[in-house]
Design a protein around this ligand. Structure first.
Ligand code: ATR
Length: 288
């Protein structure tokens, strides 16, 4: 039940109307028996700073930040975690006594979503598709998994080269950028492939960051950060060739859980039953 004493949490973004965060967080708030409520606010870029000031005045306890504010918001907070400083982006703000601290939970969401599949990354050659913010989070997470060689492919090669330079220094990864012509060979040489691009996301069901799937085999573990659709063209094709596949729904769940842990300062966890129920709830929100 919502009471006068209930803590208020929110996601801010623009657009934000399709965000699954309110469903995700209100489910967890209810399951964990917390006296809190979670809503969504559409915040245009030009209002971000004023909004944060208003949230302090109104006494909100925590904020999730999504596109297009993840980078800009870092300028307006009082302190940032080491991960936020490294990644230059935040998705979780904690507000306490007029003080805003910034955190980033995406790399943790990725790591926790892997479960026992973490082992597949150890010493393994990994191919990352994309070189944007999501790729940056995945590279950060990879640095905790001791992978073997990392191949980085991006439509715009220069962006891949810049990220690879940074990743070599900051994350200490053995990373090599590749061009379109070398993709099939990189797929054959990798055992894990992670798509961090938005290609194939609803409504572009027929698109894929890769066009040639002939190098996929039973040896591959293919992770697509996209969760809508639940099975992108990339995952569909990879599965058809015998690869093990995973979509981004669990990453979404676990990055949200990590935000809640930061806000509550408690090591909350979801049971298998709750996880299953939550996946079903989110899938039905997505219309399938
Ligand atoms: P995010 O924070 O989700 O990673 P982003 O920083 O805008 O978003 O990065 C989007 C990624 O998807 C980039 O790697 C982008 O490639 P470019 O650097 O060449 O723009 C990739 N991407 C987006 N649309 C794409 C498309 N149609 N084909 C190939 N790659 C695409």
């Amino acid at each position: 039940m919502i009471r006068a004493s209930s803590a208020l949490y929110a996601v801010i973004g623009d657009p934000v109307g399709h965000s699954l965060s309110p469903v995700l967080h209100n489910y967890m708030i209810n399951e964990f028996g917390l006296n809190a409520v979670y809503v969504a606010f559409r915040v245009p870029k030009s209002s971000l700073r004023r909004c944060l000031d208003s949230f302090k005045i109104l006494g909100l306890s925590g904020i999730n930040v999504t596109v297009p504010h993840k980078e800009t918001v870092c300028q307006y907070v009082d302190d940032s975690s080491d991960e936020v400083k490294t990644l230059g982006a935040a998705n979780t703000l904690k507000i306490q006594n007029d003080h805003i601290s910034a955190h980033v939970t995406d790399p943790y969401g990725f790591l926790e979503s892997l479960g026992t599949d973490k082992e597949r990354f150890i010493d393994a050659p990994v191919l990352i598709l994309g070189a944007g913010g999501a790729a940056r989070s995945v590279l950060f997470a990879l640095s905790k998994l001791n992978p073997g060689k990392v191949f980085l492919y991006n439509r715009t090669l220069e962006k891949a080269q810049i990220l690879a330079q940074e990743a070599k220094k900051i994350y200490d990864l053995d990373i090599q950028t590749i061009e379109q012509t070398a993709l099939s060979s990189a797929i054959s040489q990798s055992s894990v492939i992670v798509n961090t691009t938005s290609v194939g996301m609803s409504p572009d069901y027929n698109k894929s960051p890769l066009q040639d799937f002939s190098a996929f085999s039973q040896q591959h573990y293919v992770y697509d950060l996209i969760y809508n659709p639940g099975k992108t063209r990339l995952l569909f094709k990879a599965e058809h060739r015998g690869s093990k596949i995973k979509n981004g729904l669990d990453m979404l769940i676990f990055q949200g859980l990590q935000s809640l842990r930061i806000w509550m300062d408690e090591n909350l966890s979801l049971s298998e039953k709750q996880l299953k129920e939550l996946r079903g709830l989110l899938r039905s929100e997505l219309g399938g």
